[in-house]
Design a protein around this ligand. Structure first.
Ligand code: MV4
Length: 614
C-alpha cells in the first residue's frame, strides 16, 4: 500500500480523498494556489505545497508544478479528484512514467474513452447499445443530410473530443445542417484542438442514467448500480439520486450489466462511470420503464465523479478507498453478488449561486454563519468552516449534502428536514431551489427528464422560492430600490422566546448583490480602470466607461462585438464557456463598445474585464 498520496485537487473532493487515505493509514499531501492558502483541503492535509497563482492554468493545471510538489513531498501516488487534470490522459501518462503511481484508469484507457467514436466502437463490440449514428467521423454536409434522410431529424452532431455539455449541436432540419456542422467543428477545434465530429440520432426527451464501475488489475469488474442525474440545468447536474425512480428492476439489471460488460471488454481499470440516455415515455409515475425501454451508451467518464457519494450511500462501498487499493495492485474484495442496494440516496450540490438571478455565481465573502445539518441519514462533504472566505476563482460548488433513507419518500422528507436545518450566512446558495424541487410534483413523482429545468419549469417559482427561503440581505431579489439592513434579535416575552427581524431602511447595504445575466455582469468600477487583479490575456484596459467583467473563470468561445459597435440592451457580447456550460454574456444596457479585451479561445478569470462600453 502507498505511504503517501498527493491529491492534485482542492475543496471538498480533495478532503474526500484524504479521508479515504486517513482510513487506510496513508499520509496526505495537498497542493494549493495563492487563492487557497487557507483552504479546507490545506487544513486537512498532513503537508501542503503552493503550486502557483490563483489562475488554474498556472496552478492546479500546472503539471510540472504538481509533479515537483510530489517529488518534494516524496509521495508515492497521485490522486486527481475530478475536474482539473482528472481526465487529462497526457498528465496520467506523465505520472505513469514518473516514480509515482496514478490513481485512476490507465492513460491508454483514458485516451481511448476520451475519443468518442473509439468509445462507441468499443461498446458496440461488447454488444452495448449505442445511439444510432456513425462510429467514424463525418466530413461533409451530404453525410449529415443523408443520415437525416435515412433516420430522420433531429440529428446530434458531436465533437470527437467532446463530453459534458460541450461540442454538441442539434440539427432540426436539412436547412440547418451546414451551419451546425461548421459550428460543431469550430467548437471541437476551440475546446479540444480536434475538429472531427460524428453523428447520432438526437433523442428528444431522455433521462440521464449513469452506472458506477470499479475494476481491478486482475480483470474483475463490478457495477455498483445506477444514478439518475436527469435534473440538470444547462448540462450542470444539480441533484443526483440512486436508484433511479424511473427504472424497473429488469431494466436496471440490463443497463448495469451492459456497463459492466462494456468496460470489461475494453480492459478498463479503476473507477469509472458509464453514461446512458434512456428514452422516457408517457407513463404513470408508479409504472417505471420496463425491460424493453430503449437505452443507449453515451460516454465513459474516466474519473471519480462529484456524485459518487450517492452510490456509496446505497451500497456501503467506499469507492475512493477501492480506487486507492486497486491502484496499489490489490484485488477487489467483493463479487457482483455481494453488492446489495440499501434504500435511497439523494445528493444536493450546494452551489454559491443565486437561483433567482439565473443562477449567477455569488460574490465572494466571509462565511459568517456555517451550520450544516446532521442527524440520521445525513452526510456532508465539504471543506468549509465558519469564518472562511468563500473562494470564487474556480467553481461555485461549496459543499455537497447527501441524504440517505430507507426508501425515496423517506429520503425526500429527510432531505427537506436537512435543508431546513442548513444555516449559511454571508453567501447566497441554491438551498431554496433544492427545497422547491423537493416539493415539485415532477421531481417527487420521478417523471422529470433532462429537459425539465431548461424548458418546462416556471422560472417565477424559482424566484419565489429564493425570496421565501433565501436570506433576504443577499438574495439580490426584491431589494433593488431601497437599501435595507436586516438584523435578527431574540427576545423573551412572558418566558417564551421570539425571533425578531428588524429592518433598518436607508442604511448602507451589507453586501452588494450580483447583477447581470448568466456569465457576465456590468459593473461601474471607477476604482479599477487599470484592469482587474487578474490579467485579461495581456490586454491593458485603458478605456473609461462601463466595464463588462467575467462573472466566472472560463474560456471565451465567441466574441460577438468589435470596437465601435453599437449594442443594445440584451445583445450578446460574447459567449463564455465555464464549468462545461456556454453562457451568453449580455449587455445590460445599450452603448458603444470602446474596447474589446478578449479574443476567441482565450481563458479569463473571474473579474477580468471583457469589454468596455461608453
Ligand atoms: C444527446 C442527447 C440526445 N440525443 N445525444 C449532453 C451532454 C453530452 N455529454 C451529451 N448530451 C446529450 N446527448 C443524443 N443523441 C441529449 C443530451 C443532453 C443531455 C444529456 C444528459 C444530461 C443532460 C442533457 C441535457 C441536454 C442534452
Amino acid at each position: 500500500m502507498f505511504r503517501k498520496v498527493l491529491v492534485a485537487n482542492r475543496g471538498e473532493i480533495a478532503v474526500r480523498v484524504m479521508r479515504a487515505c486517513e482510513e487506510l493509514n496513508i499520509g496526505t499531501v495537498a497542493i494549493y494556489s495563492d487563492a487557497d492558502k487557507n483552504g479546507g483541503h490545506v487544513r486537512y492535509a498532513d503537508e501542503a505545497y503552493n503550486v502557483g497563482p490563483a489562475k488554474a492554468s498556472e496552478s492546479y493545471l500546472d503539471q510540472e508544478a504538481i509533479l515537483d510538489a510530489a517529488r518534494k513531498a516524496d509521495a508515492d501516488a497521485v490522486h486527481p479528484g475530478y475536474g482539473f487534470l482528472a481526465e487529462n490522459a497526457e498528465f496520467a501518462a506523465r505520472v505513469e512514467e514518473s516514480e509515482f503511481t496514478w490513481i485512476g484508469p490507465s492513460s491508454e484507457a483514458m485516451e481511448r474513452m476520451g475519443e468518442k467514436t473509439e468509445a462507441r466502437k468499443a461498446m458496440q463490440a461488447a454488444d452495448v447499445p449505442i445511439v444510432p449514428g456513425t462510429t467514424d467521423p463525418v466530413e461533409s454536409v451530404d453525410e449529415v443530410t443523408d443520415f437525416g434522410d435515412e433516420h430522420g431529424y433531429p440529428i446530434a452532431i458531436k465533437a470527437e473530443g467532446g463530453g459534458g455539455g460541450r461540442g454538441m449541436k442539434v440539427v432540426q432540419s436539412e436547412s440547418e445542417a451546414e451551419d451546425q456542422l461548421e459550428s460543431a467543428k469550430r467548437e471541437g477545434e476551440a475546446y479540444f484542438s480536434n475538429d472531427s465530429v460524428y453523428l447520432e440520432r438526437y433523442l428528444e426527451n431522455p433521462r440521464h442514467i449513469e452506472v458506477q464501475i470499479i475494476a481491478d488489475e486482475e480483470g474483475n469488474v463490478r457495477h455498483l448500480g445506477e444514478r439518475d442525474c436527469s435534473l440538470q440545468r444547462r448540462h450542470q447536474k444539480v441533484i443526483e439520486e440512486g436508484p433511479s425512480p424511473a427504472l424497473s428492476d429488469e431494466l436496471r439489471e440490463k443497463i448495469g450489466e451492459s456497463a459492466r460488460r462494456g468496460v470489461s471488454e475494453a480492459g478498463y481499470t479503476n473507477a469509472g462511470t458509464v453514461e446512458f440516455l434512456v428514452e422516457e415515455e408517457e407513463r404513470h409515475p408508479d409504472e417505471p420503464l420496463g425491460p424493453d425501454a430503449n437505452f443507449y451508451f453515451l460516454e465513459v467518464n474516466t474519473r471519480i465523479q462529484v456524485e459518487h457519494t450517492v452510490t456509496e450511500e446505497i451500497t456501503n462501498i467506499d469507492i475512493v478507498k477501492w480506487q486507492i487499493r486497486v491502484a496499489a495492485g490489490q484485488e477487489l474484495g467483493f463479487s457482483q453478488d455481494d453488492i446489495t442496494f440499501d434504500g435511497h440516496a439523494i445528493e444536493f450540490r450546494i452551489n454559491a449561486e443565486n437561483a433567482a438571478n439565473d443562477f449567477a455565481p455569488a460574490q465572494g465573502g466571509e462565511l459568517e454563519t456555517y451550520d450544516p445539518p446532521g442527524g440520521i441519514g445525513v452526510r456532508m462533504d465539504d471543506a468549509l468552516r465558519q469564518g472562511d472566505e468563500i473562494v470564487t476563482d474556480y467553481d461555485s460548488m461549496i459543499a455537497k449534502l447527501i441524504v440517505h433513507g430507507s426508501d425515496r419518500d423517506e429520503c425526500i422528507a429527510r432531505s427537506l428536514r436537512a435543508l431546513r436545518e442548513y444555516e449559511i450566512d454571508g453567501v447566497v446558495t441554491i438551498i431554496p431551489f433544492h427545497r422547491l424541487m423537493l416539493t415539485d410534483e415532477r421531481f417527487t413523482n420521478g417523471t422529470h427528464t433532462t429537459k425539465y429545468l431548461d424548458e418546462h419549469i416556471d422560472k417565477s417559482r424559482i424566484e419565489d422560492a429564493q425570496n421565501q427561503w433565501g436570506p433576504e440581505d443577499i438574495s439580490g431579489a426584491g431589494a433593488e430600490d431601497e437599501e435595507v439592513v436586516e438584523r435578527e434579535f431574540t427576545v423573551e416575552v412572558n418566558g417564551k422566546r421570539f425571533e425578531v427581524n428588524l429592518e433598518e431602511r436607508g442604511a448602507p447595504p451589507i453586501a452588494a448583490s450580483g447583477g447581470g445575466g448568466a456569465g457576465g455582469a456590468t459593473a461601474e468600477r471607477p476604482d479599477s480602470a487599470g484592469g482587474s487583479d487578474g490579467d485579461s490575456g495581456g490586454t491593458e484596459i485603458t478605456g473609461e466607461g462601463e466595464q463588462v467583467a467575467a462573472e466566472m473563470q472560463g474560456t471565451i468561445l465567441e466574441v460577438n462585438v468589435a470596437e465601435g459597435d453599437e449594442v443594445a440592451a440584451g445583445d450578446v457580447i460574447c459567449v463564455l464557456e465555464a464549468m462545461k456550460m456556454e453562457n451568453d454574456v449580455v449587455a445590460e444596457r445599450g452603448g458603444t463598445v470602446t474596447q474589446v479585451a478578449i479574443s476567441e479561445g482565450e481563458s479569463v478569470d473571474m473579474g477580468d474585464v471583457l469589454v468596455v462600453m461608453d
